[in-house]
Write a protein that binds this ligand. Sequence first.
Ligand code: ZN
Length: 278
Amino acid sequence: MRSFRLFEPATRLQSTASQGVVVVYHQNQFAMFEGRLLLDPDQVMYFGDTGHRLMLGHVDGRPCELIHLSNTLDMPGVSWHGLRTLIGQVDDALFRLLGLAQQLDAWYRGHRFCGSCGGAMQPREDERAMECQACERRDYPKLAPCIIVLITRGREILLARAPHFPPGFFSTLAGFIEPGESAEECLHREVKEEVNLEVDQLRYLGSQSWPFPNSLMLGFHAEYVSGEIVPQPGEIEEAHWWSVDDLPRLPPKGTISRWLVDCYLAQLDGAPVPPVPA
Ligand SMILES: [Zn+2]
């Protein structure tokens, strides 16, 4: 069951006085109480002291805020959960809301002072921005766009593993888009750097917000053209062509990496393409 039907993001940060729902956050973890992460404000008054509140948007028409606690009290029944541990444990809509909450909170806390003059910054009333009270500099939430690409060669797909991946786990290639670079240029550069291959027939398939810490993943499919695999030292521990009939351990359902693989498998089978994960 979905936790709610519709989430509409807010266009400003300042919280409202009207009654709504809240998520409670402290030291990069969300509070769960009675099995729920979306809580009534009345429930949370004994969780700890409020540091700041941020408007997130509206959940089924009700205002939804983040309450950042400056400290926590020992409240029975409250458990704390990092966002990564909630992957696959909550529905996509709630995960997306919590991802937004975590990104906005990190951005807000990182912009209390102006990067130009050092003056104090405050949320603007009319838009989701922090503004310097001295020099009027404005800062907006930042996204880091990344490409993520599934490379195929007939019934083979290219999967690689980074040194920090769990044992036996392989994924698609990904990389951050540099200033001045298009997504397509980034894709060609990253593929060349990470595995020394040339690709073409680029097709953009879909995107996913990935809040670790603030990425927007742009998912592509590309076809192999030429080259022998040479893993980039320090970045890629292993990279191989895998038969679609004998794949290694893949990223979990709900990730865009897994979705890119599933899309190709569906295409080979003549099956409908699965919907892009939220
Ligand atoms: Zn300033």
